[in-house]
Design a protein around this ligand. Structure first.
Ligand SMILES: *Cc1c(COP(=O)(O)O)cnc(C)c1O
Length: 395
């Protein structure tokens, strides 16, 4: 099997798995208990917080543990909205191609009287700092822009956007779930006030994540109960998963350059290979994208059929995001960058990791080309296009 769906989830790294099992076996006490066995778990928690903070140039007291990216996004956005509302500021800026954890939280806030402004995204999948500058008003309380897009991998000008927000004293949150462990992050240099991450996107376990909150910003709790996480997130901490998350992030950051170099090479090869398929188009800027992300549309193809046939060939890939598979709507991200419905339906996302080899990439290219040709051969619509009865959309 070739696993090329690392944007959906990743395999746990052996160091993270070892850390998790070790903790489950040996440090399973409750970190809130006063006896030494409990305090051992509290130490693991404190160390993990320290490690994660260091990876993004934050301090340990700015890191809150959550159940993952979705919870971190919800908590960050709701907290910033509450802070704004207390000052009578209820305007929030975001983009049309955010993850649903962000978009649906914003939708909820809209029903509560907030004004949500979703910026259009240019065809290359990158927001311009100018767009943020122009959208900011006196009532703006939050700008939330993802670090890197989960479908097309495009990297946003986070530092510049952060700078604009800083100058206007507006909270800047970034969903960095696809970036953490994959791109260098420095919350200070990049002017980030709040940042979401999720362990299972960087070879940690599922169901655990972190939220960075700059000192001085009041976090709102979504879950009431115990005093864990300074009273901002009740519930006994998942110490083994947190410990594995810290180990995984540290490992990813340590190997970031080596892995990126390898992935950039594979990504280039994959893009070149898939471009050769007639009437195909790469989604998102060719260079300003995650080193592991390739996303194409193929005219006349239905994404789901493509995935099923690739599965038969032992390739795990995705069409759009895991959240939209199972629904017939085309990806909101591809629509946001202006792909017509007909084209957006035929999308393929391949997200690699460092375990993939060059021969795997060759096999993927060959398989995709075969499957696309096969599906087009069966399509009445494609026959109409070939015969000139209908027009082609892509060159
Ligand atoms: C996966 C993902 C999320 C959700 O993270 P979970 O830990 O699965 O809740 C949020 N945002 C982005 C960009 C993602 O890729």
């Amino acid at each position: 099997m070739i696993y090329a769906d690392n944007a959906a989830t990743t395999m746990m790294s052996s160091v993270a798995l070892d850390a998790m099992i070790n903790c489950i076996k040996n440090t399973w006490g409750n970190p809130s208990s006063l006896y030494e066995f409990g305090q051992k778990a509290a130490e693991v928690l404190a160390e993990s917080r320290q490690i994660i903070a260091k990876c993004i140039n934050a301090t340990a007291d700015e890191i809150y543990f959550t159940s993952g990216g979705s919870e971190s996004d919800n908590q960050a956005i709701i907290s910033a909205a509450k802070i704004g509302a207390r000052k009578g500021k209820k305007h929030i800026i975001s983009t049309a191609f955010e993850h649903h954890a962000v978009l649906y939280t914003l939708k909820k806030l809209e029903h509560e009287g907030f004004e949500i402004e979703l910026l259009d995204v240019h065809e290359n999948g990158i927001i311009l700092p100018e767009q943020i500058k122009n959208a900011i008003r006196d009532e703006t309380c939050l700008v939330t822009i993802m670090f890197a897009n989960n479908e097309i991998g495009t990297i946003q000008p986070i530092e510049e956007i952060g700078k604009i927000c800083r100058e206007r004293k507006i909270i800047f949150h970034t969903d960095a779930v696809q970036a953490a462990g994959h791109l260098p992050i420095d919350v200070d240099a990049q002017n980030i006030d709040m940042l979401s991450m999720s362990a299972h996107k960087f070879h940690g376990a599922k169901g655990v994540g972190a939220l960075y909150v700059r000192k001085g910003i009041k976090l709102e709790s979504l879950i009431e109960g115990g005093a864990q996480e300074k009273g901002k997130r009740a519930g006994t901490e998942n110490v083994p998963a947190i410990c594995a998350m810290a180990t995984a992030l540290n490992d990813s950051c340590k190997n970031l350059e080596t892995n990126s170099r390898k992935l950039l090479n594979l990504r280039g090869k994959l893009i070149e290979g898939l471009k050769k398929i007639p009437r195909s188009i790469l989604n998102g800027d060719e260079n300003r994208r995650l080193p592991n992300n390739v996303n194409f549309c193929f005219e006349g193809i239905e994404g789901e059929s493509l995935l099923l046939l690739l599965d038969d060939k032992g390739i795990c890939a995705s069409s759009g995001s895991a959240c939209t598979s199972g629904s017939l709507d085309p990806s909101h991200v591809l629509l946001a960058i202006g792909r017509p419905h007909e084209i957006a339906h035929g999308s393929l996302r391949l997200s690699l990791d460092e375990n993939i080899s060059e021969s795997d990439v060759d096999y993927i290219i060959k398989s995709v080309a075969e499957v696309v040709e096969y599906l087009r051969g069966m399509s009445p619509l494609w026959k109409d296009k070939i015969s000139g009865k209908k027009e082609f959309v892509l060159k």
